[in-house]
Design a protein around this ligand. Structure first.
Ligand code: ATP
Length: 344
């Protein structure tokens, strides 16, 4: 039986059906990430689980118990917000102990739990400071610490890193991953950053327009996307998707029948740019991005297709240069005209 189970979950804002019959089974200790474009409903779904929004249809259960209409405070879940939501006039220690104090936990036990969480999160030197005396990353760790001391059944994170700069975001992401490994707590994490999704998740839930498009491990989504939407949402730079008609027949000897009139999807690492005329597709360089460890080369082909190639070697190519392309069509994804995957 699932630990946390969503069955036909619905949410309306007035006439707008924001969440459309979501079914999802989450296992104990799993790290689940909700991703999707802005407005797809990921925060709303998290808030429904947290009890911060009323569930309009379906059932939510935790360990087999129906909690659909249970107040947030009785759900035994702890949420970490993007804005941290710390009490500005309380010290770090007081912020972290607040919920336990309200629950009338013995002060000795509170001190033990807070000190342990502070230790895990490297916050011990800051326990007497107030939030305004901390950096953004430290504040975020206090918000996480406040959730840890409550030892909830499920941790909920709503874009917890989006207020941090890129370096700190990377560091804190690694800390969250370690924390999950150490505590083994069931976690649901909302982000629009697919690197966070790919690196943190046991399973990623891709949402679009209030509906689940696909659930899978990060590599399942990368290697076997169910449709063009997931294929292009997961992976940076985006998968190249080119209408079949825009590639010369010589480059694609084996188009599956259902993909004729549809398109071909090629990950940037399966497109090889050649400086000789031996490739099957001709084109010109639009842009070169030298990122150090890798180089991205944007090309438009004679047939009008736009493609990006990712390579680990550096290049002397410049915009306007004539090139040819090898396409690893054996690793291609095929889509029919409505974006569904077609197996070759
Ligand atoms: P983002 O990444 O931009 O935060 P999201 O995927 O988290 O987006 P939600 O905030 O869950 O999206 O919103 C889902 C849909 O519900 C959107 O169309 C949004 O406009 C609508 N919505 C969310 N909250 C409310 C509200 N309180 N009242 C009315 N509509 C709302």
């Amino acid at each position: 039986m699932a630990y946390l189970q969503l069955k036909g979950i619905e949410k309306f804002f007035g006439e707008h059906r924001a969440i459309k019959g979501i079914d999802l089974d989450i296992q104990p200790g799993e790290f689940i990430v909700f991703v999707g474009p802005s407005g797809c409903g990921k925060s709303t779904l998290l808030r429904l689980i947290a009890g911060l929004e009323h569930i309009d249809g379906g059932t939510l259960s935790l360990e087999g118990r129906d909690i659909t209409h249970l107040p947030s405070s009785k759900r035994d879940l702890a949420m970490v917000f993007q804005s941290y939501a710390l009490y500005p006039h309380m010290s770090v220690f007081e912020n972290m102990s607040f919920a336990l104090k309200l629950a009338k936990v013995d002060p000795k036990v509170i001190a033990e739990k807070v000190n342990r969480a502070a230790d895990i999160l490297n916050l011990t030197p800051y326990l007497q400071r107030t939030p305004k005396e901390l950096s953004g990353g430290q504040r975020q760790r206090v918000a996480i610490g406040r959730a840890i001391v409550r030892a909830p059944k499920v941790f909920l994170f709503d874009e917890p890193l989006s207020n941090l700069d890129a370096a700190l975001r990377g560091q804190t992401r690694v800390e969250i991953a370690k924390l999950h490994r150490d505590l083994g707590a069931t976690t649901i994490y909302v982000t629009h950053d697919q690197v966070e999704a790919m690196t943190l998740a046991d399973r990623v839930v891709v949402l679009r327009d209030g509906v689940i498009e696909q659930v899978g491990t990060p590599l399942e989504l990368y290697d076997k996307p169910a449709n063009q939407f997931v294929a292009q949402f997961i992976g940076t730079p985006q998968m190249n998707v080119v209408p079949s008609a825009q590639l010369p027949a010589a480059a694609m000897p084996l188009v599956p029948p259902a993909a004729q009139g549809g398109s071909i999807g090629l990950r940037p690492e399966t497109v090889v740019v050649r400086q000789d005329d031996q490739g099957l597709v001709r084109g010109r360089v639009d842009l070169v991005e030298a990122l150090g460890a890798e180089t991205l080369i944007y090309v438009h082909t004679t047939e009008g297709a736009q493609l990006v190639a990712r390579q680990s070697e550096r290049t002397h190519l410049s915009p306007g240069d004539a090139v040819t392309l090898d396409l690893a069509t054996g690793q291609a994804h095929w889509f029919d005209s409505s974006g569904r995957v077609v197996t070759a």
